[in-house]
Design a protein around this ligand. Structure first.
Ligand code: ARG
Length: 406
């Protein structure tokens, strides 16, 4: 009897060819596992295709809720944005997929798992580091990294074995999609000087085509988790879907970034992430109001660490657990509402409120009702400036100060 492999199956060209290839090359019976992380595909058609191509079994797993509750929302609470640009949609989905691959392999008695990543991206690292952490005894095969076929040769291989070519073959781009965003690579995008053609985008309108009237949306948060839009309570999956629509139609959510991959390459990446962009912006606005200055400063450092560890495939680590515990604790008063204005490709926070707000009108106002004791300021300045005066007297002022004196 042949050994079994669980393959992370997307229904695309590479993973379809992989079903045949794994049988040919390693005599493995393929169990295709397709994971729904909100990519809005026809999953029953994908399942049928896997079987038609030769999988002995084809599983579809709805992982949308898991993805939102255990990956997207914690990353939002952490304000995780890689290199200040990328909300990490693809990166966040990989450890979840790895976990589900491992679960399926154990359940089905397979000794091997496989994925469709090439050998020069981040995704191979994320999958394999995660699988190795969760089930070190499982073997991993990466057909597209091993077979050494060009795209043309892969198409020929598919034709030779009667594997139906996906219609998306006409698209010059490599695309990965889930609830948190759409990653677009390849084709003309590989020239970082070329403006992305309009056709690369499907979730966002061109700002020039966006409505001529602005829209306001109000997002309600409970301890850092978004729970309402315009006062209406929504589950996480629906809330993100709704926002992707509402925000994308205003041309908000496009990202164009030259990114540092873990494997050492700089690559030009285009993203569409309307809901992610708006939620991150709103969440940060609410934190600005409900966290103290030092908490905010420290949390920014944590955010960068957190983003890097997600990007670098280190989800299943103790460092992640430790940072996640900090992030959870930091969110206990991040409850309130943020109002945003969407218009022609821009999204601005125009209002925020919270019962736990640290903003005090009495302290801030220049008008009647001012409770700030201005008579205390000279003493404060005297002490605050003490080291500055001392140094200036002993060592002189900086060269800039000297120049200004002349
Ligand atoms: N550069 C992004 C990342 O590393 C997106 C990768 C997109 N993956 C893909 N198969 N098209 O997370």
């Amino acid at each position: 009897m042949s050994d079994k492999v669980v393959l992370a199956y997307s229904g695309g060209l590479d993973t379809s060819v992989a079903i045949k290839w794994l049988k040919e090359k390693y005599d493995l019976d393929v169990i295709a596992l397709t994971i729904d992380v909100g990519n809005e595909r026809d999953f029953s058609a994908i399942r049928q295709k896997a079987l038609k191509v030769g999988a002995v079994k084809a599983l579809v797993k709805d992982a949308k809720e898991l993805f939102v509750n255990y990956f997207i929302f914690p990353a939002l609470q952490a304000d995780a944005i890689y290199e200040g640009q990328y909300p990490l949609a693809t990166a966040l989905s990989r450890p979840l997929m790895a976990k589900l691959l491992v679960d399926a392999a154990l359940e089905e008695g397979a000794s091997v798992v496989a994925h469709g990543c090439t050998g020069k991206g981040n995704d191979q690292v994320r999958f394999e580091v995660s699988v190795n952490a969760l089930a070190p005894s499982l073997k991993i095969v990466a057909p597209a990294r091993e077979w050494g076929m060009t795209r043309e040769e892969t198409i020929k291989y598919a034709e030779r074995y009667g594997i139906p070519l996906p219609i998306t073959l006409a698209s010059p781009y490599s695309i990965d999609e889930n609830l948190w965003g759409r990653s677009i690579e390849c084709g003309v995008l590989e020239d970082p000087w070329v403006e992305p053609p309009e056709e690369a985008f499907t979730w966002t309108k061109a700002p020039t085509e966006a409505p001529n009237e602005p829209d306001y949306i109000e997002i309600g948060f409970d301890r850092g988790i978004p729970i309402t839009i315009d006062g209406q309570k929504l589950d996480g999956v629906s809330l993100i879907r709704r926002l992707n629509e509402l925000v994308g139609r205003h041309g908000v959510g496009r990202i164009d970034h030259v990114e540092n991959r873990l494997v050492g390459i700089k690559s030009r990446e285009i993203y569409e992430a309307p809901a992610a962009i708006v939620l991150l912006q709103a969440h940060q606005a609410l934190e600005a109001m409900t966290l103290a200055k030092d908490q905010l400063r420290f949390k920014q450092k944590v955010a960068q660490e957190y983003a890097d560890l997600i990007y670098n495939g280190l989800w299943f680590t103790s460092l992640h657990q430790d940072l996640a515990a900090y992030v959870q604790s930091s969110q206990r008063f991040v409850t309130g509402s943020v109002r945003l204005k969407l218009f022609k490709g821009s999204c601005r926070v125009v209002g925020r409120k919270s019962d736990k707000s640290l903003y005090s009108f009495g302290l801030a106002t220049y008008d009647k009702g001012d409770v700030f004791d201005q008579s205390a300021s000279p003493g404060f300045i005297h002490i605050w400036g003490l080291p500055v005066r001392t140094q200036a007297q002993v060592q002189g002022v900086s060269s800039l100060g000297e120049k200004l004196k002349k």
